[in-house]
Design a protein around this ligand. Sequence first.
Ligand code: RIB
Length: 301
Amino acid sequence: MGNIAVLGVFVADLAFRATRPPVMGETVLGQSFAMNPGGKGSNQAVAAARMGADVAMITRLGDDDFAQMAFSLWRAAGITPHVTQDAGSYTGAAHIFIDAASGDNAIIIAPGAAAEITPADLDANRAVIEGSDVFMTQLEQPLDAAMRGLQIARAAGVTTILNPAPAAELPPEMLALCDYVTPNETETQSLCGVEVTDAQSAQEACDALKRLGVARPIITMGAQGAYLDGFGLVPAVLAGEVVETTGAGDAFNGGFAACLAEGMAPQEAVRMACAVAGLSVTRAGAAPSMPMRNEVLALLK
Ligand code: RIB
């Protein structure tokens, strides 16, 4: 099993299931509410840990009840926290609308203390990053912090994964530090302007991302699967009825990172990651929906 350092955000997900979102000024009666651990970085860390990886989580939290939720989640998953707690701020939260019919979601996130992560936090965790097989991050914390993490990892020869979510335009010098970037279709369009609808347009987008400096792009395409540059479309793995898609991308990234860290070839790691995501969407919540390794292996058998 490999070592993974994750830079990212933990938030409490406040998920409302309803037939439709409200328009401005309107109140809509929901069908249900649930509070669960979330945040892209933390979700990815949990997915990787449940796949058997040894995971370190670098972030900032407040000093409050949601921070305790984070610590208990990570304790249960065997994740090592490298956390600065800021009593003057708060641990973040996300408002999640879940479409009752499709399970699709729309999210507002307030990262709280994690919005104050700085490059100095990454310098303070240099040894953790340098000692890892894989460094993985996203875009919910400030860009300069992600950049510093990628720089430290690249200088130490650690494999780098950037999940460029939420969607943003990124400087080419950041993309050039990435061994893998894993955008979905929308994020791909923000990064390189190519609209991805099928395998052919996915390869065009990969070519555009490589021209921007990414070594090997992977485009996640929802129900179609994931497109690995130079290899092709790896089909999605159906594991049952879709209950909620929140965290599906995080399941993919965590699963991919864990498999890569233990030495699998990228195409095999993508296949495993599709199964991790396929299982996650059959369950409610983001972090709670991440499957254990034995479930993934059983599904692929
Ligand atoms: O990717 C899903 C996650 O995005 C949710 O858990 C929510 O917290 C937002 O960060």
